[in-house]
Design a protein around this ligand. Structure first.
Ligand code: BEZ
Length: 229
């Protein structure tokens, strides 16, 4: 009903923002029916869309993500893909993805793919951008935390395959900064120096960073990666 009203009045849902609760849904997937929030449980999750089955860039992305699954596991992060294709197409296409694995340091798909034929989930998450691709999902990524809140969203055009190593790097930062009073600088990688969050006064910082810090500017204080102690 709400979808119909929105369609008639050409109303757009506001875009999902970081900090919003990721909408819950029940989906048909290649691993059975999944209730999103229940499936996430106490983990993090990466929900990502691709435009279409049986297309080359999408094949490389899914294959590469499958090869990185152990890295997502290490970060307590579940993976779920989505497109508006059917379950039957997803199942047939997975054989092709296995065939192209050697081209992209990939593997056979080892995570659920949502068959969002009626586009309910794509619309809920704003994954269809008609100016780029009419009626198909573009390349969206949502990282959702155990609290079910959106921690990151990324949008790539259909013609550009994503770099899932960058998503792992971002996950490292998200998980570190959820635990410690730091932010991570440009191009940071796990183990590199971090920045004490500017809202923490020097007096307060002494409590958390007993070994002190290196002051670059009054607002710019560097500490070793606190997760590597
Ligand atoms: C691809 O996955 O190859 C692709 C999909 C949609 C548009 C362009 C490329």
């Amino acid at each position: 009903m709400i979808r119909l009203i929105k369609k008639i009045f050409k109303m757009k849902s506001p875009a999902l923002q970081i900090g919003d609760i990721a909408p819950d849904f029940k989906a048909q997937t290649t691993e059975g029916v999944i209730n999103f929030h229940e499936w996430i449980g106490d983990s993090y999750a990466m929900l990502f869309s691709h435009p279409k089955d049986f297309t080359p860039v999408c094949s490389t992305e899914l294959s590469r993500t499958a090869a990185l699954k152990s890295e997502f596991d290490k970060r307590n992060t579940k993976i779920m893909g989505l497109s508006v294709d059917s379950l039957e197409d997803h199942e047939r296409w997975q054989e092709d993805i296995t065939d192209v694995a050697t081209l992209c340091k990939g593997e056979s798909v080892n995570f659920p793919l949502i068959a969002d034929k009626d586009k309910k989930i794509s619309e809920l998450y704003g994954m269809i951008h008609p100016g780029e691709l009419d009626n198909l999902t573009i390349r969206s990524v949502f990282i959702v935390g155990p609290d079910k809140k959106v921690k990151l969203s990324m949008t790539y055009p259909a013609s550009t395959g994503r770099n899932f190593d960058e998503i792992l790097r971002t996950l490292d930062s998200i998980q570190l900064t959820a635990q410690h009073k730091v932010a991570t600088p440009v191009d940071w990688k796990s183990g590199d120096d971090c920045i004490i969050i500017p809202s923490l006064s020097d007096e307060e910082a002494k409590e958390f960073f007993v070994n002190g810090w290196k002051t670059i500017k009054s607002y710019f204080r560097l500490v070793p990666d606190p997760s590597k102690k």
